[in-house]
Design a protein around this ligand. Structure first.
Ligand code: NOJ
Length: 723
């Protein structure tokens, strides 16, 4: 409550004193609305429950009119007039859809990360929304897990930077402003480590992994001032996060200093029964409240269970009041008491919407990763007369949104077909889907393949439907679904016979295991889901209007059996030696990824040289400069991204092979050469000792810089840390 103005603190204390138990529990309850033809419907409840104070918060309400009406009932018709929190999963845009977080992470551009969140907040706030269940900060080294698409990828350090940018973007500099919304950092904690990548499954990881990998992005969100956090659905070594007092009250509140609201995931309080730690709603509500969960999202356990829990002495009035005060404080910080209608008051101008779509195109283009480009197959030659656009994602406008599309209408997205036609007005774009995304019907393959005979190049659009990643979308076979491989093989064969290039484009929310395609396509792109301007964004790259610059924020394994595969692994005592039998390797697959973290080509060809660090010896409190020369030896302008890793040569705890600490970008014309300088505050090199306490040990640290986490591509220099 330290952040509240004195008059707000008084207001909420007074309100609390006047509240009945039902009204208090209403503040601790968020119910789901959905929009019917006649207006908003609150699942299992009525607007009368807002009037009576039984429901104090809503989610899934879309439309400024509906939000205003619900807010009006709460403010003008309920006894105490407490405004509602109105939340929605505004994950990567509201009406204007940007690429989903994993794709956006590929930009490695914190300014852009903040900007898209800012614009999403503006659009959502214009619809009366005052809270988003974002950012999702779950580090994932698990391509099988569908929710990988919602997060920052495999690096905890990237997760930190993204967390900071997103919180700043959503919440703005003034949380009371009409275009700022409350951010909810989720899902605390380690949801990305679900067993075998299976959605909602148990998490059982070491304390060290929890602290080194999964907590840092949340710590960054808290430092950035995030006002709410959502515990994960999952259990951590047997204790469901919704009931995990040690994690919520201990690590999050006491250790990280989080003072905001803890809001459960959807129905998660009642699901404590299903977890097997509560017999009924009374016990479930007791466990969650005691653990520090303030708001029960939709389960009704607080409303139904807490009165009996109070009577039985399982919880106290003080515990309930503590949570109510936190919720009221958040409403005050959002400025809802001063003006509950500030958000949703002004419709957005056409100019603002057009500007936002321009941003979506820019970010969409920059999120796409050029994975291979044999013999500079891309960009396409300018004078093409006929291009075959083949595959089930070629004319699939709605899929371009990816998961969590909020209020974005399916037809407001630009398909690849539309984008290509606009970009190549003098060329004929021959189109055939060939197969469905996931069906078993192969009858369309022959006709699609025939298009190769009339075309000078093939663009093959393959991958997942938007709903095949995101929540409840784990895949045991994260390759091409349905009969897409059959289509691709047939197209590759025909195109090879005709000596025309095949540009394969993958739409996906995760790395797909397609080594065969990477080997045979002339070029391969990970387009992820590029958002509402998808077709234009992709066409900008294919035609060479813009040089690709996206870098994969997650390692692409070659085979499911390699998972988890990530750059931060420890080498062990018998590190990989492809020629030695007793080393850490597979006998039937290489250890190498299909594409390492950070990989991504441009139309320039960059060479890095002369890596140096200054000073070469420094105290832990110092910041050193790492310099590297970058030269564009190619024939086209391009943007190079350089990653700065470190490797501790000796430590009390076996160090990861690589730790990421910075990245930088430089754009160079053909033949140009420049020096890129990256700053490395040595405090970042602190690591957890055997006692799990952070310490910065003296000694030699290798600094490695290069275009990806592929060890062979990295330049190395040494630094002495003198503690
Ligand atoms: C369940 C998801 O796990 C969570 O991320 C989301 O915010 C809630 N549903 C609300 O839609």
């Amino acid at each position: 409550m330290r952040t509240l103005k004195p008059q707000d603190a008084r207001r909420i204390e007074t309100l609390l004193e006047r509240m009945t138990l039902t009204e208090k529990l209403g503040q601790l309850t968020m119910m789901s609305a959905s929009h019917s033809v006649t207006g908003p419907v609150i699942t299992g409840h009525s607007t009368g429950d807002i009037r009576s104070g039984r429901i104090g918060n809503l989610l899934n309400l879309i439309g400024a009119g509906a939000a205003r009406e619900m807010q009006r009932i709460a403010v003008e018709e309920s006894r105490l007039g407490v405004p509602l929190l109105i939340g929605l999963d505004v994950i990567h845009g509201h009406r204007t859809i940007f690429p989903p977080p994993l794709a956006e992470t590929a930009l490695f551009d914190p300014v852009a990360w903040a900007l898209t969140a800012r614009e999403a907040a503006r659009e959502a706030a214009a619809d009366g929304i005052n809270m988003t269940f974002a950012p999702m900060l779950d580090v994932s080294r698990e391509p099988r897990w569908g929710r990988t698409v919602e997060g920052p990828g495999e690096s905890p350090w990237v997760g930190r930077v993204l967390a900071e940018a997103k919180v700043r973007g959503f919440q703005g500099t003034d949380l009371t402003a009409g275009d700022s919304i409350a951010a909810v950092a989720k899902h605390f904690c380690a949801y990305g480590a679900v067993t075998a990548g299976r959605e909602y499954a148990s998490v059982d990881i070491s304390e060290r992994t929890l602290l080194e990998v999964h907590m840092p992005p949340f710590a960054a969100a808290v430092s950035a001032g995030v006002v709410a956090v959502m515990p994960a659905f999952t259990d951590l070594a047997g204790i469901p996060m919704t009931a995990h007092a040690g994690m919520l009250r201990g690590r999050l509140r006491r250790e990280l200093g989080f003072e905001g609201v803890l809001i459960s995931d959807y129905n998660a309080v009642a699901e404590l029964i299903q977890h097997g730690v509560a017999a009924d709603l009374i016990e479930a509500a007791t466990l969650a409240l005691r653990a520090g969960v303030d708001i029960d999202m939709v389960s009704g356990a607080y409303l139904e269970g807490l009165p009996a829990a109070l009577e039985r002495g399982l919880v106290s009035h003080a515990q309930i009041d503590e949570s109510v005060l936190r919720v009221l404080a958040l409403k005050a910080r959002l400025g809802l008491f001063e003006d509950p209608y500030r958000r949703g008051a002004t419709p957005e101008s056409a100019a603002a919407l057009a500007e936002r779509r321009r941003l979506a195109r820019d970010v969409g283009t920059r999120s796409i990763v050029l994975l291979t480009n044999r013999d500079d197959a891309l960009p396409l030659a300018g004078a093409l007369r006929r291009v075959a656009l083949i595959g089930p994602l070629g004319d699939a406008a709605a899929e371009m949104r990816g998961p969590w599309w909020c209020a974005a209408p399916p037809d407001a997205q630009v398909s690849v077909l539309a984008g290509m036609r606009a970009a190549l007005p003098h060329a004929e774009i021959l189109h055939a889907s060939g197969v469905d995304i996931a069906g078993a019907d192969e009858r369309g393959i022959a006709a699609a393949v025939q298009l190769c005979d009339r075309a000078e190049a093939v663009v093959l659009c393959l991958g997942e439907a938007a709903t095949m990643s995101g929540e409840a979308a784990s895949r045991a076979h994260p390759g091409l679904p349905g009969r897409q491989r059959q289509l691709a093989e047939a197209v590759l064969q025909r195109a090879a016979a005709r000596a025309i290039p095949v540009i394969a484009v993958l739409f996906c929310g995760r790395p797909l295991m397609v080594p065969w395609l990477a080997e045979r396509a002339s070029a391969l792109l990970a387009a992820w889901f590029p958002g509402c301007e998808a077709g234009h964004a992709l066409a900008d790259l294919l035609t060479g209007r813009i040089s690709p610059s996206g870098r994969t924020p997650i390692t692409w394994p070659r085979a499911v059996g390699q998972i988890p595969l990530y750059f931060g692994q420890r080498s062990g005592g018998r590190p990989t030696d492809p020629s030695g039998p007793f080393s850490s390797r597979y006998i039937d697959e290489s250890n190498a990824p299909l594409f390492p973290f950070g990989h991504g080509l441009t139309y320039g060809h960059f060479a890095l040289s002369r890596l140096r660090v200054t000073p070469e010896s420094a105290a832990p409190s110092a910041t050193v400069s790492v310099l590297v020369d970058v030269e564009n030896q190619g024939r086209r302008r391009g943007e190079e991204t350089v990653f700065l890793f470190t490797r501790r040569l000796k430590s009390r705890v076996a160090p990861p092979t690589l730790e990421l600490h910075a990245f930088g970008k430089i754009t160079l014309d053909p033949g140009a050469r420049a020096t890129l300088t990256l700053r490395l505050p040595l405090a970042q090199l602190s690591s957890l000792g055997p006692d799990l306490e952070p310490a910065l040990e003296s000694g030699t640290v290798e600094i490695l810089a290069g275009p990806s986490a592929d060890l062979a591509s990295l330049l190395t220099v040494r630094l002495q840390v003198v503690a």
